[in-house]
Design a protein around this ligand. Structure first.
Ligand SMILES: [Zn+2]
Length: 196
């Protein structure tokens, strides 16, 4: 976890862009090996299947960028079956809660016909925010795999670690999977925004 004193002197979307562009030193090699310096509790191994679904989440993130949305994509897999896929729709839907993870969780609940999502893994290109982390806990999602760390708002090891709190459900978390690719999409998007 980065020191809290390492604050960047900007705010809002620019801050998000800076966060996304933070240098990671030799993290690319570590990411490729499924490792990271900032391992949250209960880090799990990365499988070929994980990489394939993270690529699907990256594709959805790219779709968001093309729709002029902060590029975050998410999908949910149950026992090897893709049951939900979504991208950030905050701008399109003019709704603060329409993050990729929330929309994917809603779709998975509809698909499975219940509010619990047993046997599911949620893949997302950016470390979940407090709202999405809360939804993950509430849906009892057993496992979360995410790409880029979010130093400002991430709740699985960056800004805070939900698994270190007293919640009654603690998902197994693997962070930093295809982190370079996830961060690159975010950086490119926010760089384009600053030019406009
Ligand atoms: Zn969120």
């Amino acid at each position: 976890m980065k020191s809290l004193t390492e604050k960047t002197p900007c705010s809002g979307e620019e801050a998000e862009a800076v966060t996304a562009a933070l240098p990671e030193n030799d993290d690319a090699a570590k990411t490729a090996a499924g490792m990271t310096d900032r391992e949250p509790a209960r880090q799990t191994a990365v499988t070929e299947e994980d990489l394939a679904y993270m690529r699907e989440a990256l594709r959805l993130a790219q779709e968001a960028a093309e729709a002029d949305e902060a590029p975050v994509g998410a999908c949910i897999v149950q026992n090897g079956r893709l049951i939900a896929a979504a991208r950030n729709r905050r701008e399109s839907d003019k709704c603060a809660t329409h993050h990729a993870e929330i929309l994917a969780i809603e779709e998975a609940c509809r698909t499975l016909g219940g509010w619990r999502l047993p046997g599911c893994t949620l893949y997302v290109t950016l470390e979940p925010c407090p709202m999405c982390g809360g939804a993950i806990v509430n849906a009892r999602i057993p496992r979360v795999v995410f790409g880029a760390y979010d130093e400002k708002a991430g709740v699985f090891g960056s800004a805070t670690d939900f698994n270190a709190l007293t919640f009654n459900h603690k998902p197994a978390v693997t962070g930093g999977v295809l982190a370079e690719e996830s961060r690159a999409i975010l950086s490119a998007y926010f760089k384009g925004k600053r030019k406009n």
